[in-house]
Ligand binder design. Structure first.
Ligand SMILES: Nc1ncnc2c1ncn2[C@@H]1O[C@H](COP(=O)(O)OP(=O)(O)OP(=O)(O)O)[C@@H](O)[C@H]1O
Ligand SMILES: [Mg+2]
Length: 172
């Protein structure tokens, strides 16, 4: 039994490009104790995003995890089937992407997208999900508190449209 919420052992992820193999993640090991925060620092191209994607098993083609193990609490999640991984993502483990636009559907109000995650993972019927929408908690920004869940995550910033910072908060 380990106290770590997340444990990574010797993770390696490569991109098999036509020009050659890019060793983006080259033997990373880390432990994240419960209740703590871990920052991974590195220059551009060091492999921070690839590490996050590799942990979540979300590396895009031609990327692949080639070695290492990932544990979420005491469960090994490396090698889980897509369906099993989908059940964990967004509930037990998630990634807030560098580009918030890529993490949100630009033409759906943010409230609908937050509700989708709630109803997908918790046994909450849509009507209750609606009541549970974190209205004012995610409201604010230039569109004002009143816009709340009706904001679209699309620029330009204005009426019923959230700012970039808001988009990161909505993903969170
Ligand atoms: N889809 C891809 N195909 C090929 N190589 C890739 C791909 N994505 C990332 N790489 C390469 O993997 C390495 C790590 O990139 P990554 O994006 O993980 O770095 P990063 O630390 O997140 O950089 P940044 O600080 O700029 O966000 C880089 O050499 C990059 O060129
Ligand atoms: Mg990055």
């Amino acid at each position: 039994m380990s106290d770590a919420v997340l444990r990574v052992e010797g993770l390696q992820a490569h991109f098999f490009t036509p020009e050659g193999v890019v060793k983006a993640v080259n033997g990373v090991s880390l432990e994240l104790p419960r209740g703590s925060t871990l920052a991974v620092l590195g220059e551009s191209g060091a492999g921070k995003t690839s590490l996050g994607l590799a942990i979540l098993n979300l590396l895009p083609h031609p990327g692949r995890v080639v070695a290492g193990r990932v544990f979420l609490e005491d469960t090994e999640i490396s090698g889980l089937k897509d369906e099993e991984m989908r059940r964990l993502r967004g509930r037990d483990i998630a990634m807030i992407f560098q580009d918030p636009v890529g993490g949100l559907n630009p033409v759906l109000p943010v409230g609908v997208q937050v509700e989708e995650i709630i109803t997908a993972h918790l046994a909450v019927p849509p009507a209750r999900g609606q009541a549970a929408r974190p209205g004012r908690a995610i409201a604010g920004g230039p569109a004002g508190p009143a816009a709340g869940c009706r904001q679209l995550p699309l620029p330009p910033v204005g009426r019923n449209v959230s700012a970039g910072d808001d988009r990161h908060r909505h993903c969170a």
